[in-house]
Design a protein around this ligand. Structure first.
Ligand code: AMP
Ligand code: MG
Length: 405
């Protein structure tokens, strides 16, 4: 049986970033840039005014005061979008809009709020330094600067930068196509009332939510009973994706057909079972380029295994630089008295106080516990055969993407 570390190393070695392609800027949110984005020109494109006001030569108003205002002749108005071909010579000024090009000869802009117009002239009441209220060409981003590093996720800020530089198409890695199949004859749909022995299926919703968090494409999501013929038909379709996630049927029950069926269908077993809790019966396999995760059906196992194995794999496929949240050190707020022979990722509640992280291990740690799942925003790493961990001990914690408000 593989250790958690060895199993993860194997998975991340096999998962390779998908091909590079272009996507429309409008659809790029959540995708990952596949090349460094280099500024093709400086930004701002031209010297322009940072305020609505009057472009002046700073030297003209250096003696200006409340008592002795300086009067300059106004040459007109440069609005945003105009070329700003006027030239300011000593004794003149021009009204200017935010973002309008600074006319040649001017070297500062005085805010509209600080002047007084008098017919064709404008009164200035205080001196301002050169360059005041001017955004200079190239001062924000220089030509040739790397503005977005390869492997970065595109969010609204990145989209703004890409648009600024004319990237209507963005170089990304192709989005992984994912399928999820929940297996189990006890499962019924969310609309149904479970009869004796049945439960409502929940893993598909949980897993699809996690997949959406990573902006992957969910192409198929189904629920099937533990019937080999039906399973086979579903697997056949699902194995055409980049990643196939099977929930349930991975253990040693009489009706746990999934693993053997996958193997019969040409899926190479990379490993099955890891020294880990929750979710010992994790299966990982590969058929050509398709990666197959067999997650045990217990919701908490599926959840934790997704966090530790599937999420970073999806990120790797998408070409991300950062595969997961770094683990942080936190102080235990409660004893952990029961420890296990396997490495245990316990659900916990993480919070920060006075610059220090604290974590509360939650009460129900069973692989089936959905209650402690909703309450958890972190996983506490408890080593195999760990001694008891009294309150106050320092533990390694993985923050989760589970918002608790
Ligand atoms: P299995 O891994 O198939 O042995 O299932 C382990 C436990 O998880 C059983 O109690 C199942 O009823 C439960 N389970 C399996 N699949 C799901 C699912 N999709 N949604 C909720 N519970 C499930
Ligand atoms: Mg089952």
């Amino acid at each position: 049986m593989l250790d958690y570390e060895d199993a993860r190393a194997l998975v991340f070695e096999i998962a390779k970033p998908l091909e590079k392609c272009l996507c429309n800027l409008t659809e790029s949110q959540g995708m990952v840039v596949s090349e460094d984005i280099i500024a093709p020109h400086g930004i701002p494109l031209f010297d322009n005014s940072a305020v609505d006001g009057y472009a002046v030569k700073a030297a003209d108003i250096k003696e200006a005061s409340k008592k002795n205002p300086v009067r300059l002749e106004n040459l007109g108005y440069i609005s945003a979008g105009e070329t700003g071909d006027e030239t300011i010579i000593s004794g003149k000024c021009v009204k200017i809009a935010t973002g309008a090009p600074l006319p040649s000869g001017a070297d500062a802009t005085v805010m509209k709020e600080n002047i007084k117009v008098e017919a064709t002239h404008v009164n200035f009441f205080e001196a301002i330094p050169k360059m005041e209220n001017v955004r200079y060409r190239g001062e924000d981003i220089e030509q040739g600067e790397t503005v977005i590093t390869s492997g970065t996720v595109i969010g609204p800020a990145q989209m703004a930068v890409l648009a600024t530089f004319g990237f209507s198409q963005v170089p990304i890695h192709r989005t992984p196509k994912i399928s999820i199949i929940s297996t189990g004859s006890e499962l019924v749909n969310v609309e149904q009332k479970p009869q004796k022995g049945q439960i409502r299926e929940s893993n598909r919703y949980m897993l699809s939510g996690m997949i959406k968090q990573e902006s992957c494409e969910l192409v198929k999501m189904s629920m099937v009973p533990d019937t080999p013929e039906i399973l086979k038909k579903e697997f056949d379709e699902a194995l055409k994706c980049d990643v196939t996630i099977i929930s349930g049927g991975m253990s040693v029950g009489d009706k746990d057909f999934a693993k053997n069926l996958l193997k019969e269908m040409g899926v190479e077993e990379i490993f099955w079972k890891i020294k880990f809790k929750p979710g010992k019966p994790l299966f990982f396999g590969k058929r050509q380029k398709t990666l197959v995760f067999g997650l045990p059906g217990n919701p908490a196992s599926s959840y934790v295994l997704f966090e530790e194995f599937v999420r970073p794999t999806l990120r790797k496929l998408m070409g991300r630089r950062i595969l997961e949240e770094e683990m942080i050190i936190a102080k235990l707020d409660k004893d952990i008295l029961k420890t296990y022979q396997r490495l245990h990722f316990m659900r916990g509640k993480l919070y920060e106080i006075n610059g220090e992280y604290h974590v509360i291990p939650l009460d129900f740690q069973g692989s089936h516990s959905i209650g402690s799942l909703v309450e958890a925003n972190a996983l506490i790493r408890v080593e195999a055969n760990s001694p008891e961990l009294p309150k106050g001990s320092q533990v390694s914690v993985r923050p989760l993407k589970n918002e608790i408000v």
